[in-house]
Each structure stands twice: as C-alpha cells, then as structure tokens.
Design a protein around this ligand. Structure first.
Ligand code: NAD
Length: 511
C-alpha cells in the first residue's frame, strides 16, 4: 500500500549544518583531505543533500593523535566526573531530539516515527545507562590468596579505540560504540559509513557542548578501504570495534590481528522465527511482519526465515501476506508512512536481485517489486513474502538486508530447531509457543546471541547485544560491553617484608 502524503521541504539542512566539513577532530568540524568527495543522498527522492570531502589517511592520523592526547586526562577523570559529563550529554541530545530524528530520517530514509520513537530515545537511554555504568565498575574482591600477598584487580581503560559503524542505524551504532568506550575512560575515533555521517557528527558536537573534552570523541568519515583499514591497522589504536557485514569483518580481523589489537566484531545476521503449532498464530503473524519490516528489513536481527510447524503453516502464510499488504510505503517525513525506502538504489537493486533469482525456485506470494508513481524516484521496494524455497537456497542462507521474509514449513520440534540453526549466522532468533517447555528448549538449543519468546526485535540498554558463530563476538550495550572496553590488571603486594621469600628455594636450593 502506498501513502499519498507528500514531503515537507525542510527535512534537515545538511549543507548549512555541516558547511565546515564531515570530520570531527579535536572538538571541531573540519574538511577531509583525501581529495575525493562523496554525497549523502536522500534515498526517498534520489536527491543529493550534502557533498563532502572524505577523510584520508592524514585525517585518520590527526584524529588518532587527538584521541591519544586526550587519553591521559580523560582516563584519570574520576568515574563521577565522567558520569556527570555523560548525564549532561544525555540532556543535550534530549534537547535536540527533533534535529537528530530529522537528520537520521533524511540520510537513511527511515520513517520519522521510527527515528523519533526508537533511534533517538534509545540513544538517550543508552547515554543515561552508561552515565550510571561509569560509576559501577565491578571486580573480584582483594584478598590474601597466597597467604603472603594481597592481590587485587584493577580495571583500566585500554587507550584509543578505533570503531567502524554501518549505515543501517547510524546514530545508535555510533552510541553503542562510543558510550561504553568513553564511560570506561578510553578515547575514540569512529568511522561512520560514508552514506550516513550526519548523526555521528551531531552526536560528537553534542558531546562537546556537554563538556566532554576535545579529542575524547573524534569522527572520521572516509571510505572503508582507505580510512577504515588505516584506522584498524593504526599502531596507536589499542582496540578495534567493528559493526558491519561478516565479509568486511573478516578483513578487519586480519588487519587487527597483525597488530594484536583487542577486537570486537558485530556482524551479519539471518534470524530464524520459529513458530510451534501451539502458538498464537495471530500474534506470530503480527510479530513476523513487524520483525521482518522494521527499518525496511535493514536490521541485523530482523526476522528473515520463518519456520512454521505444519498445522499452522497455511494460516500463517495467509495472515502474514495480508498484513504485509497493509503496510504503507511513502515519504519518510509524511504522516502515515510505515515503511521508507532502502538505504540506496544499489541496495534496492541488490534486494530485487535476490527476489528475482528466487522466482526460478520459489513462489513470491506478495511484493517482489518496486512501486511506481509518486515513489518511483526513491529506493523503495514492496514488502515481500516468499514460500517454497529449499533450506539450502540463497534466500534462506544469505543475508538479504531488505523487506523480505521467507516462510518454510517443518514437522517435528527437532527439525524446526535444526533448521533454525542451519546457517552460518547466530545473532538473534525467536520462538513462538504457549508451552513453556517447548519454548525453553528452543532458547537453550538455538545458537544465537539473543532468543526472544513470543516477540522479536526489542532491545534494552541493560541487556547485551552480540552474536554467536559468524555473527561475531563481543557485546554491545549493557555492563558486558562496558567491561570489554577495560583491561584487567592483577596487582600483587608482598606482605612478609622478608628478604628470602619461601618460594626462592626454587632458585637458592637449600643454601
Ligand atoms: P559493511 O560491512 O559494508 O560496512 C560497514 C562499515 O565498514 C562501513 O563504515 C564501511 O565503510 C566499512 N568498511 C568497508 N570496507 C572496509 C574495510 N576493508 N576495512 C575497514 N572498514 C571497511 O556493512 P554495511 O553494508 O554498512 O551494513 C550492513 C551490515 O552490517 C549487515 O551485514 C548487518 O547485518 C551488519 N550489522 C550488524 C549489526 C550487529 O550488531 N551485529 C548491527 C548493524 C548492522
């Protein structure tokens, strides 16, 4: 269904707002120096909304130097001081919530209601969470474990963190990378995706306005191959945290390994949605449509493979297809729009390619096309439901990253769980059942970083997000991610004050 609402002309004034450039180094906006330019395109219209010079290696070096210079001061601030700064940061972002929402919708094509109700409040909640976490480092208690010494654990910041983020949730990804790192006393250089720099830059500016010192947060907007690889391999960067595709994650791991950096990889997903035959099929159909279409399906945890136990299969397909057809595509800034375009025409064509190839071996029940008329210049694609694909087919095994749900039947519970686990990914999954024993078995046996029961998608600042298998390792959000941005040091004090310690007998024998 298409929403006839039209665009408002003043979406977000990107050109005026970032006239000084798309790099944020040592507390101020600056232009890149790579000699190459890139355009931010509004995917809803195809219009170029902001052209900027990409960061080159020199810009990455300058950002890393700024972060290195800022590190001693920020690392030695008290937890209370860092927490206060983060509380002020949350307040600044809350004051500017509408500006953040409009910039995010402009560069990504997200419906404004999604940016306003999910991306921006989620980010503010994350800042508030890490403001609290900054004062709450936990560790083993000090003690006399040998009898002759007192041992204790220090948790220390690591140094300069280099982070790389994708384009699907640019603001939240910037927040998930920056907040635990700086709450723990590190400084950071973040490289957002070239397509979506706007909200990372707003975020860094807001931090500066909140009093977070210059150089603690730096943004370099450059190409992956040039700025990204230089950042990962940089000798002054102590840790790499990367969110993006599994293919690029493998390349990042290779480069990071050469300099023995701590590594955190949040990679692709292909989440199963497992519906047992005692489930509430109405709730499951609603959950599948919302879980598959959120952010136009460009969500690493999106429901992508629904496995439905045979007695409910037909009803589920019918209800899900009917609900999908009610979702209104349209201008992200127009009231009444449920679904915006994909991030780019390239991504739309990639998604259409998966669906078109699937026609040879499966059935496209609804969708499978780009809308025409008012929406024809945007990167739109209709919500699509596919049945009849085999488990080993491309649409079941590969991450499509678009508004496409594949539905397959299964017979026994064993088979359903086996199929749910049968891809290289393991980021998220859901199980739908009214039987606690069945649902609980699914949560134990599905290999994924998160398993929802009778829901799919919600996330919380207090709970970890991260993958199993080729979806990566390391956690975002929660106390777990905070800990990953610290390193542990064992400190051991001798309590005896004797010259010849008992253990010296291994060297001095019985002399
Ligand atoms: P991508 O892997 O193409 O790019 C991600 C980032 O890496 C971008 O900033 C890009 O410029 C950079 N990059 C590209 N090549 C690089 C290289 N050789 N060296 C260093 N950096 C490089 O991913 P994308 O298309 O931007 O985002 C979609 C992918 O992100 C999907 O696979 C999705 O599942 C994944 N994702 C995962 C999570 C998670 O939490 N696991 C969250 C969001 C997105």
């Amino acid at each position: 269904m298409d929403n006839p609402g039209t665009a408002t002309p003043d979406r977000f004034p990107a050109r005026e707002r970032f006239a000084d450039g798309a790099q944020f180094i040592a507390g101020r906006l600056t232009k890149g120096t790579s000699g190459r330019h890139h355009s931010v395109v509004d995917p809803a219209t195809g219009a170029d909304v902001y052209t900027y010079e990409l960061a080159g290696k020199d810009d990455v070096d300058a950002a890393v130097a700024a972060a290195r210079d800022a590190f001693p001061g920020w690392a030695s601030a008290t937890p209370g001081e860092r927490s206060d700064a983060l509380h002020r940061f949350a307040a600044v972002v809350a004051d500017r919530a509408e500006e953040f929402a409009r910039a995010e919708s402009l560069q990504c094509g997200k419906p404004l209601k999604l940016s306003r109700e999910f991306d921006v409040p989620g980010t503010i909640d994350n800042i508030a969470f890490f403001a609290g976490a900054a004062r709450h480092l936990q560790g083993q208690s000090a003690g006399e474990y040998s009898g002759d010494h007192t041992s204790y654990i220090r948790r220390e910041p690591i140094g300069v963190v280099g982070s790389i983020a994708p384009w699907n949730y640019p603001l939240q990804m910037a927040a998930w990378k920056i907040l635990p790192a700086i709450a723990a006393g590190n400084t950071i250089v973040l490289k957002p995706a070239e397509l979506t720099p706007l909200t990372s830059l707003l975020f860094a500016e807001a931090a500066t306005e909140a009093g977070i010192p210059d150089g603690v947060i730096n943004i370099v907007t450059g190409a992956g191959r040039e700025a990204g690889e230089h950042l990962v391999g940089h000798p002054d960067v102590a840790m790499t945290s990367f969110t993006g595709s599994t293919a690029v994650g493998k390349r990042v791991a290779e480069i990071a390994t050469a300099t023995v950096k701590r590594l955190h990889l949040e990679l692709g997903g292909k989440a199963p949605f497992l519906v047992f035959d005692d489930a509430d099929v109405e709730a499951a159909a609603h959950g599948a449509v919302a879980g598959a279409l959120i952010n136009t399906g460009q969500d690493c945890t999106a429901a992508t493979r629904a496995y439905v136990q045979r007695p409910l299969y037909e009803a589920f397909v019918e209800k899900t297809a009917a609900l999908m057809a009610t979702v209104r595509l349209g201008d992200p800034f127009a009231a009444g729009t449920d679904l915006g375009p994909l991030i780019s025409h390239t991504q739309r064509d990639r998604v259409a390619g998966f669906v078109d190839r699937a026609r040879a071996y499966a059935d496209v029940v609804t969708g499978g096309e780009a809308p025409q008329g008012e929406l024809k210049n945007g990167a739109f694609y209709r919500p699509t439901l596919i049945t009849g694909a085999s488990q080993d087919s491309e649409v079941v095994q590969s991450e499509i990253f678009g508004p496409v749900l594949v539905v397959l039947p299964f017979d026994s519970d064993d088979e359903g769980i086996r199929l749910a686990n049968d891809t290289p990914y393991g980021l998220a999954a859901s199980a739908w059942s009214r039987d606690v024993y069945r649902a609980n078995r699914a949560t134990r046996e599905i290999k994924a970083g998160c398993v929802w029961v009778n829901d799919h998608i919600p996330i919380l600042s207090e709970m970890p997000h991260g993958g199993h298998k080729q979806s990566g390792f390391g956690k975002d959000m929660s106390a777990y991610s905070f800990e990953e941005y610290t390193q542990i040091k064992h400190v051991m004090f001798d309590n005896t004050a004797v010259v010849r310690k008992d253990w010296h007998r291994t060297i001095f024998g019985d002399r």
